[in-house]
Write a protein that binds this ligand. Structure first.
Ligand SMILES: Nc1ncnc2c1ncn2[C@@H]1O[C@H](COP(=O)(O)OP(=O)(O)OP(=O)(O)O)[C@@H](O)[C@H]1O
Ligand SMILES: [Mg+2]
Length: 263
């Protein structure tokens, strides 16, 4: 049965598109059939993450209009992975910058679900109408945040919104984590953020210059995030497993300041 996993956040720029792209690649490398669906038509950066911005001609809105069959709007990502020995594959379904109706998205993703084990849905930041649309279609959701106070508070608000939907799971991915900041009490540890907003942790993703400096996601690059995404994919697929640890011991202090804001 295909899982439709919504990648969302309260605050913009926390790494949803990066997470959607890398998680899709990691699931594909683990042998799953994956469709990465870009549902953020305002920015549609997933095309750029996969280096397909000059290739994509059709998007979600075209699929049911008769302009193209679904297969014509699915673009292979990282062709060497398409027929990898594990049987994994990865295709991009783009919004191509065009708005779509809820019914169009629902029907297109329902067709996609016959072809994939996972549909990873990149979405627009914030408490928008689009969040309601994708949350009502998804089976699971992953809220992305960074360890910054504004991002955490906004993640908390999105978690409350997601409570309204019948999702099989809602979990938290903390992105851009720096062990030195945790050690120096400049930032809370991912486990603390998870307890604070009461959403289980499914990923700790390190601050990574290779991600920051590269506009595209490459499965060839051996970045320090690779192990973190491998564990993230296994946990997403199995529902249990270990979260990557990029944190070490922390000194108390910062959490009391965060807790005050949430009480
Ligand atoms: N772990 C990381 N380490 C370093 N830089 C990162 C990391 N994750 C994301 N970034 C950088 O942060 C920026 C924002 O990432 P991204 O576009 O994925 O965020 P987003 O949440 O999708 O943004 P938007 O809300 O605008 O759609 C990008 O420049 C990206 O390269
Ligand atoms: Mg984005």
């Amino acid at each position: 049965m295909c899982k439709k996993v919504l990648i969302c956040s309260g605050k913009g720029g926390v790494g949803k598109t990066t997470v959607a792209a890398n998680l899709s690649l990691a699931l594909c490398a683990a042998g799953y059939k994956v469709i990465a669906a870009d549902c953020d038509y305002t920015l549609n950066n997933l095309e750029i993450a996969f280096n397909l911005e000059n290739t994509v001609k059709y998007g979600i809105a075209d699929c049911l209009s008769g302009r193209v069959f679904l297969g014509g709007a699915l673009y292979p990502v990282a062709k060497h992975l398409r027929n990898n020995p594990n049987g994994g594959s990865l295709f991009l379904l783009s919004s191509h910058g065009c708005p779509f109706e809820k019914s169009e998205l629902s029907e297109t993703l329902s067709l996609c679900s016959k072809l994939a084990d996972y549909i990873i849905i990149d979405s627009r930041a914030g408490q928008t109408e689009e969040l309601d649309t994708v949350a009502s279609i998804a089976t699971d959701a992953i809220i992305v945040t960074t360890p910054h106070i504004a991002a955490i508070r906004d993640a908390d608000k999105v978690a409350a919104t997601l409570d309204r939907y019948e999702l099989d799971s809602v979990s938290l991915a903390v992105n851009r984590v720096r062990a030195d900041h945790i050690e120096n009490s400049k930032a809370p540890a991912p486990s603390e953020i998870s307890s604070l907003i009461r959403v289980p942790l499914s990923a700790t993703l390190p601050e990574d210059d290779e991600i920051n400096l590269s506009a595209t996601v490459s499965p060839f690059v051996k970045s320090r995030s690779q192990e973190a995404y491998k564990m993230f994919a296994l946990l997403t697929a199995n529902g249990s497993g270990e979260v990557y640890q990029c944190e070490t011991a922390r000194k108390s202090g910062i959490m009391s300041r965060f807790k005050e804001l949430f009480n």
